[in-house]
Design a protein around this ligand. Structure first.
Ligand code: 5GP
Ligand code: ZN
Length: 134
């Protein structure tokens, strides 16, 4: 399979690696939203979160916790966004699971946002039912 993130994660294509272990490589994003924007890549291919083994998903969050703190500390960031897109409709452009770590700085001008809707109580009840009822 011709997957660029497989090649990067497994070291076939060079990258600016800030962390590596048996399961993951963490690299700087080539088109960063902010200074230090990094991607957590599992070495084992999975298209997205739904395909990812449970243990890898859990371990990815622990890498984010550890490396997020490193980024915040080393780069003097004021905050951090974790972003993870699944599917084209959700903005995923590379179909190999990756977890974005985006350090945030006061007045960095970035906007990781959505337009809030105002559903009625009935609509919210219906959605809740649709999700939870058999
Ligand atoms: P997505 O939109 O799929 O969630 O994010 C893909 C991310 O991968 C983007 O932020 C993009 O800048 C980054 N990216 C795409 N190709 C490469 C690459 O070859 N190297 C690196 N370091 N980042 C890449
Ligand atoms: Zn891959």
């Amino acid at each position: 399979m011709d997957c660029i993130f497989c090649k990067i994660a497994n070291g076939e294509i060079p990258s600016r690696t800030i962390y590596e272990d048996q399961q993951f490589r963490v690299i700087l994003d080539l088109s960063p939203a902010t200074k230090g924007h990094a991607l957590i890549l599992p070495k084992e291919h999975a298209d997205n979160l739904f395909e990812l083994p449970e243990k890898v998903a859990a371990d990815a969050m622990n890498v984010a916790k550890k490396m997020g703190a490193v980024l915040k500390d080393r780069l003097n960031a004021d905050g951090l966004n974790l972003v993870q897109n699944n599917g084209e409709a959700a903005g995923q452009t590379v179909m190999h699971f990756h977890l974005h770590m985006i350090p945030r700085y006061k007045e960095d001008g970035q906007n990781i946002n959505w337009k809030p809707h105002e559903p009625s109580a009935e609509e919210l009840d219906e959605i809740c039912k649709q999700i939870t009822e058999a």
